[in-house]
Design a protein around this ligand. Structure first.
Ligand SMILES: NCc1[nH]cc(CCC(=O)O)c1CC(=O)O
Length: 312
């Protein structure tokens, strides 16, 4: 019996349930979901929501699941990959990255509108410096305002008229069956997603026999893409604190599959951006991402500061 530790939120339960199905179908093993209540959940219940990925350090949600793994209370933890820090955690293995959902950001706006149709001064909610900077860079005169809470809470602020629109990850809406709320899917040409967005990270204890078994759930194309994106993030984080968007895709090259990686680093107000791309072998994902980020730092990304630091 494999025990999967999960938070109680709808998105977490859906993601854990999806991985439970994969383990049953592909490994033929029995699975049980074990609920883990985190400090973050308690503080949300008490009415003071925390950011699930603070500007520095590992998010409270990620930490609680890893603690349960290391204590032997559960055998597997499922995370949104974009919530996982780039540096490894002692004793924990990232055993599998299954096939990714659509990584793009989407708009949920009043009256079925797109960003371009919203009048200047419209209130657009996002808690992410990456989204805020890229929205500002569109030059539409939108009023970008902070928003916290789960997906339902955020959509509710559009329904109630408090905001004209919110920007969210398409993958989160897809997983909880709310894609019908989407009024526009943002082209990565304009808004690049967070590193790892739309992908899941499946962790287990590094010494567990499960490391080898779970490898069967790994999708090599997704793994290559997210390794490149996380290398971009890790390298840029070392040299600047600007909001970052990046997307790696496996595309058809002259000699078969190759990785195509796009990335942007922006000043927090979106006024200055360094936007570049790189291609390379799918087997050299980390190298491609690292090289791209180093070029971006040399092109001025190192001077794009943000007190808010990194968020998703
Ligand atoms: N930090 C919030 C978070 N973490 C993962 C997702 C969505 C699912 C994903 O990107 O895999 C979201 C919500 C959002 O950004 O809209």
């Amino acid at each position: 019996m494999i025990r999967i530790g999960t938070r109680r939120s709808l998105l977490a339960m859906t993601q854990s349930g999806h991985v439970a199905d994969l383990i049953r179908d592909r490994l033929g093993r029995e699975v049980e979901l074990v609920e883990i209540t985190t400090d973050g959940d308690r503080s949300q219940a008490a009415g003071t929501p925390l950011a699930d990925t603070p500007a520095s350090g590992t998010g409270v949600f990620v930490s609680a699941l890893r603690d349960a793994l290391l204590a032997g209370e559960v055998d597997v933890a499922v995370h949104s990959l974009k919530d996982l820090p780039t540096y490894p955690q002692a004793g924990i293995a990232l055993a599998a990255v299954p096939e990714r959902e659509d990584p793009r950001d989407v708009v949920v706006a009043r009256d079925g509108l797109t960003l371009g149709e919203l009048p200047a001064g419209s209130r657009v909610g996002t808690g992410s410096p990456r989204r805020a900077a890229q929205l500002a860079a569109l030059g539409l005169g939108l009023d970008v305002v902070g928003v916290r809470g789960n997906v339902d809470t955020r959509i509710g602020k559009v329904r109630s008229g408090e905001y004209d629109a919110v920007v969210l990850a398409r993958a989160g809406l897809a997983r909880i069956g709310r894609l019908d709320e989407v009024t526009e899917t943002l082209d990565p040409l304009q808004v690049l997603p967070a590193p790892g967005q739309g992908a899941l990270g499946i962790e287990c204890r590094a010494t567990d026999e499960l490391v080898d078994a779970l490898a069967a759930l790994d999708d090599p194309r997704t793994r290559a893409a997210v390794e490149a994106e996380r290398a971009v993030l890790a390298t840029l984080e070392g040299g600047c604190s600007a909001p970052i968007g990046t997307l790696a895709e496996v595309v058809e090259g002259d000699d078969g599959d190759e990785l195509w990686v796009r990335a942007v680093a922006l000043s927090p107000d979106g006024a200055v951006a360094v936007r570049m791309s790189a291609t390379g072998a799918t087997t050299e994902a980390v190298e491609v991402g690292t090289r791209l980020a180093k070029e971006m730092l040399a092109e001025g990304a190192d001077a794009l500061g943000s007190e808010a630091g990194h968020d998703v």
